[in-house]
Design a protein around this ligand. Structure first.
Ligand SMILES: NC(=O)c1ccc[n+]([C@@H]2O[C@H](COP(=O)([O-])OP(=O)(O)OC[C@H]3O[C@@H](n4cnc5c(N)ncnc54)[C@H](OP(=O)(O)O)[C@@H]3O)[C@@H](O)[C@H]2O)c1
Length: 248
C-alpha cells in the first residue's frame, strides 16, 4: 500500500516510516523540512496523490492552550481536507491515553481538538491512544532542567517503547478503519521520577530531580488518570528492556 506519515521526521514518525517499509509498503514522508507544511497546506495535495492511508504523528510546540488548539486544529483540518480530495480511505491518528481526564494542560487540549476533528471528519478513521513513551521522563527533565536541577511530577504511567507504538500504527494503517482503538500501553506501571533517574543513569546525565506537582503536570494527573483502560493492547518491550538496550 501507499501510506503517508505526517510528522515523518519526528520521533514516532520516523520509526513508523521504517515499520511500514519493513512491512513492504510504500511510505510517503510528510514534514515541513521535507517541503510539506500542514499549517499552510503547502505541498500537501501533491504528497497525498495515490495515497490510501495516512498516519498522523505530528506534534506542535505550543506554549499555551489557545495556540495548541489552533495549531493542531489547523493542521488536522488541512490534512483531512486534502485526504478527502485525494480519496484517502483511512486516517490514523496517534493520540494520548486519558485525554478527557486531564484539564489545564495545553498539549492535551490540542490533542482533544485533533480527536474531535478526526472523529467528526470526512475520512474514515482510527484513533490510537497511547500512553507515555519510554523516553517521556527524560524529555520532561529536559524541558524543566535549570542549573543542574529539574522538577518532575511523580506521575504513575504505564510507558510503551516508541518502536512498539510505531509497529502498532503501521499494522493499524494497513487495516480497515476501526474508530477508537484500544488504549495502547507498555507492560508495567512506572513512577515518572524513578524513570527519569534510571534513564539519566543509563545516559550518563547528572540532573538533580525534585518531585513536584507545581510544574508542568499538576495533581489532576495523579492517581490512575494516566493508566490504560480495560482491554488495552500491551506492547512487548518493558522499560527495563528499553534501558538495557541503551535508552534510545
Ligand atoms: N511523547 C509521548 O510520551 C507521547 C505519548 C502518546 C502520544 N504522543 C503523541 O505523539 C505525537 C508525535 O510525537 P513525537 O514526539 O514523535 O513528535 P516529534 O518528534 O516532535 O515530531 C513532530 C513531527 O511533526 C512534524 N511537523 C510539525 N509541524 C508540522 C507542520 N506544520 N507540517 C508538517 N509537519 C509538521 C515535524 O517535522 P517538521 O518540524 O520538519 O515539520 C516532525 O516530523 C504527538 O502528537 C504526541 O502528542 C506522545
Amino acid at each position: 500500500m501507499r501510506i503517508a506519515v505526517a510528522g515523518a521526521t519526528g520521533h514516532i514518525g520516523a520509526l513508523t516510516v521504517s515499520a511500514l517499509e519493513g512491512r513492504g509498503h510504500d511510505a510517503v514522508r510528510i514534514s515541513r523540512s521535507l517541503g510539506v507544511d500542514l499549517l499552510t497546506g503547502e505541498g500537501l495535495d501533491d504528497a497525498l496523490r495515490g495515497v490510501e492511508a495516512v498516519v498522523d504523528g505530528t506534534n506542535v510546540a505550543a506554549t499555551n492552550r489557545d495556540e495548541a488548539v489552533a495549531s493542531f486544529g489547523t493542521m488536522t483540518r488541512n490534512l483531512l481536507a486534502s485526504e478527502q480530495r485525494a480519496g484517502v480511505r483511512h486516517h490514523v491518528l496517534l493520540s494520548i491515553v486519558g485525554l478527557d481526564r486531564v484539564e489545564g494542560n495545553a498539549h492535551y487540549a490540542g490533542k482533544r481538538e485533533q480527536e474531535r476533528l478526526v472523529a467528526g471528519g470526512p475520512v474514515p478513521w482510527t484513533i490510537v491512544p497511547a500512553t507515555q513513551f519510554h523516553d517521556f521522563a527524560a524529555m520532561v527533565v529536559s524541558w524543566a532542567e535549570k542549573d543542574g536541577a529539574a522538577t518532575i511530577a511523580p506521575l504513575l504511567v504505564q510507558p510503551i517503547a516508541p518502536q512498539d507504538v510505531a509497529d502498532i500504527l503501521a499494522e493499524v494503517a494497513e487495516g480497515e478503519p476501526q474508530g477508537r482503538y484500544a488504549d495502547v500501553a507498555g507492560p508495567e506501571p512506572q513512577d515518572l521520577v524513578d524513570m527519569a533517574r534510571r534513564t539519566n543513569e543509563v545516559r550518563g546525565r547528572a540532573v538533580r530531580l525534585v518531585p513536584s506537582w507545581s510544574g508542568l503536570f499538576g495533581p489532576s494527573m495523579a492517581g490512575d488518570v494516566m493508566l490504560p483502560g480495560e482491554g488495552a493492547r500491551i506492547g512487548p518491550t518493558s522499560f527495563d528492556e528499553w534501558l538495557a538496550a541503551g535508552a534510545r
